[in-house]
Design a protein around this ligand. Structure first.
Ligand code: SAM
Length: 192
C-alpha cells in the first residue's frame, strides 16, 4: 500500500535502471507524503526486511510534515535548498555520504507554465550544490523537472559533473503533462 501514486513512477524507473541497491544510503528530496521513501526503504533494505542483505538508509526531506515510516528518517519542515538542512544530512548519513539523491520536489504551481518551469529548474540546480556536499563519487541523482526552455541548461550543468545524463518519461507519468525526469549517473567531483 503506497501513500501516493507517484510510487509507481519510481518503481518503473528503478526496475529499469537499478538505482536503489540493498545497503545504499538514499536522500529523498520533497518526500511528503512518503511514497518514494516507501519504495526506497524496500529496495535499500533499510527496515531490514531481509536480514541476509546489507541494511541501507533513507532520509526524506520536505517543507511539509512527513508521517513516520519504518526504515526512514524524516526531516519534516526542512527546506532542501537550505544550508542548515545540508548540515543535518552530513550528520545523519554514514560518513556524510549518500549513494543516491532522489528529487520529486515541485513548487506550488502558480498556473503560469513558464514561471513554474523556471522555479523547478532553479530547485533542481540547487541539488547540484547538495550533491557536491553529500554525494558519493559514482553516485546518482534522479530529479523531476517540468519541460521548458531552461531544461537544456539543467542538462548541461548535470553533464558537467555526471558522466551519464538521460531524460526519462515513465509510462506511469501522464502523457499530456510536462513532467520529465533527469537520471544523472556516475558523479564526479567538479574540478575547481
Ligand atoms: N515523492 C513524493 C511521494 O512519493 O510521496 C511526492 C512529492 S510532491 C510531488 C512534491 C513535494 O516537494 C511537496 O511535498 C513539497 O512540499 C515538496 N517541496 C517543494 N519545495 C521544497 C523544498 N524547497 N524543500 C523541501 N521540500 C520541498
Amino acid at each position: 500500500n503506497f501513500r501516493c501514486r507517484s510510487a509507481f513512477k519510481l518503481l518503473e524507473i528503478d526496475d529499469k535502471f537499478r538505482l536503489l541497491q540493498p545497503g545504499y544510503a538514499v536522500v529523498d528530496c520533497g518526500a511528503a507524503p512518503g511514497a518514494w521513501s516507501q519504495v526506497a526503504v524496500q529496495r535499500v533494505n533499510s527496515a531490514v526486511t531481509d536480514p541476509e542483505l546489507p541494511r541501507g538508509m533513507v532520509v526524506g526531506i520536505d517543507l511539509l510534515n512527513i508521517p513516520p515510516l519504518d526504515g526512514a528518517h524524516f526531516l519534516s519542515s526542512c527546506d532542501v535548498t537550505d544550508h542548515a538542512t545540508h548540515a543535518k544530512l552530513l550528520e545523519l548519513l554514514p560518513h556524510g555520504k549518500a549513494h543516491v539523491i532522489l528529487s520529486d520536489m515541485a513548487p506550488n504551481a502558480s498556473g503560469f507554465r513558464e514561471m513554474d518551469h523556471e522555479r523547478l529548474i532553479t530547485m533542481c540546480l540547487s541539488l547540484i550544490d547538495l550533491a557536491e556536499k553529500i554525494l558519493q563519487p559514482q553516485g546518482s541523482l534522479l530529479c523531476k523537472y517540468w519541460d521548458g526552455i531552461l531544461a537544456h541548461k539543467l542538462q548541461e550543468t548535470l553533464s558537467s559533473v555526471f558522466s551519464s545524463v538521460r531524460t526519462l518519461k515513465p509510462d506511469s507519468s501522464r502523457k499530456d503533462s510536462a513532467e520529465r525526469y533527469f537520471l544523472a549517473r556516475m558523479y564526479r567531483r567538479p574540478i575547481k
